[in-house]
Design a protein around this ligand. Structure first.
Ligand SMILES: Nc1ncnc2c1ncn2[C@@H]1O[C@H](COP(=O)(O)OP(=O)(O)O)[C@@H](O)[C@H]1O
Ligand SMILES: [Mg+2]
Length: 386
């Protein structure tokens, strides 16, 4: 048996080990590099490109003014999470598009409805103005009928007296021509001539006076002219112009204005107010044939005047009382009521005359309207509501 001795050189071993480690490191680095490249490539294919495509599509869609769903091109033919994301984006955008469409349609419908409402409102306003005008004209129509009726009486007396005078004068001339005239005949003729001329003159004066006051009331009613006038006299003129309307009823009217009240303002407004109160009392306050009493009075306190109009008719139920000044409120719709009379009155008293208007009414006892306004009316505004 012998002994074998291995002699190891430490340097050689170290050098050999170092060489092995270096080649392993290079091997690992190369493998890593390969892995990295393969991973990057698949990352590019699987993640980055589709993401890029999605981003591009979304940017393009967001930049397009008229948004169109077809401009969004998303990764197709894929069955992974990206396909789900793309599909979800498609669905969201489609829903957004649908929402947008229906919102646009709703907006259009709203705009059309608003236009329609505006047109309807304008037409309604125009109709209301026409009706207000018609209401004013209706009282003017009554006034014209009044003129014809009132002037008829004195003109009739003038005609009769003039024809009597003419006939008697012819007879008188014939007797004169025949030369057989007695003193008693001359006396009778002259008395008749004096009486006829007196009647003609008095009635012509009455007719002229009536025409003058009707003219004034009619002009006032149709114009908004401002002037100075005495209220008591004016109230008499207005009531006189309404007498024919009253004649057909069993209603009496009392007018009282104990002191002279000089006003500077709009007589037309006052005539409209009185006319409306009176026609309303005749239309609404009294039952057919009922004997009624209306009183119109004016009093002055300091710089204000109080005009009150009362009737002892049926009164206004409390639930109607708060609505009577509203335009179109009427309890006589379909039988002549427009519901504008008291609205016109309210506007005239509160705006044109610059005052206030209140109403009291008790069922079965009657109604009173009290208008209070300054002696000097405010200056007219550019455009009045009535
Ligand atoms: N003097 C009155 N007595 C009873 N009711 C009245 C009187 N005046 C007005 N009314 C009521 O007020 C309503 C509104 O009057 P108004 O505006 O003039 O409209 P209209 O006369 O066209 O009905 C009337 O329909 C009526 O019911
Ligand atoms: Mg009326």
């Amino acid at each position: 048996m012998g002994k074998v001795y291995y002699v190891f050189s430490r340097e050689k071993i170290t050098a050999r080990l170092n060489q092995m480690v270096a080649s392993k490191i290079i091997e690992v680095i190369l493998l890593d590099l390969l892995l990295f490249m393969a991973l990057s490539h698949s990352l590019l294919l699987v993640v980055i490109r589709p993401l890029d495509q999605l981003r591009e599509s979304l940017i393009q869609a967001s930049d397009t003014k008229d948004f169109d769903l077809n401009t969004i091109i998303l990764p197709q033919n894929r069955k992974d999470e990206f396909a789900d994301v793309a599909d979800a984006v498609q669905r969201i955008t489609r829903r957004l598009c649908d929402d947008l469409e229906s919102r646009k349609a709703a907006e259009l419908a709203m705009r059309q409805a608003r236009d329609l409402t505006e047109t309807a409102f304008k037409q309604l306003n125009e109709t209301k103005n026409n009706l207000v005008q018609a209401e004013k004209m209706a009282s003017l129509g009554g006034l014209v009928a009044g003129v014809a009726h009132e002037v008829n009486t004195p003109v009739g007396v003038i005609l009769t007296s003039a024809s009597v005078l003419s006939e008697e004068t012819i007879l008188f001339k014939n007797s004169l021509d025949a030369g057989a005239i007695k003193k008693s005949e001359v006396m009778r003729y002259s008395e008749m001539a004096i009486e006829s001329s007196r009647l003609i003159l008095a009635n012509a004066e009455r007719a002229a006076q009536l025409i003058q006051s009707f003219k004034q009331v009619a002009v006032d009613q149709t114009s908004e002219a401002r002037r100075s006038f005495e209220l008591g006299e004016y109230m008499d003129e207005v009531i006189m112009s309404l007498k024919p309307t009253l004649k057909r009823t069993s209603v009496m009217i009392e007018v009282s204005c104990p002191e002279k009240i000089n006003l500077d303002g709009y007589p037309g407004a006052i005539s409209q107010v009185i006319t409306n109160f009176l026609t309303n009392a005749l239309a609404h306050a009294f039952a057919e044939g009922q004997i009624g009493l209306i009183s119109l009075s004016a009093t002055r306190s300091d710089d204000n005047v109080t005009l009150s109009f009362e009737d002892n008719g049926g009164g206004i139920p409390p639930e109607h009382l708060k609505k009577i000044f509203d335009p179109f409120f009427t309890t006589k719709r379909g039988s002549g009521g427009s519901g504008l009379g008291l609205n016109v009155v309210y506007n005239l008293v509160t705006q044109t005359l610059g005052g206030s208007l209140i109403v009291h009414s008790e069922l079965g006892k009657g109604t009173s309207f009290i208008a209070c306004f300054p002696l000097i009316a405010p200056q007219a505004k550019e455009s009045k509501t009535s």
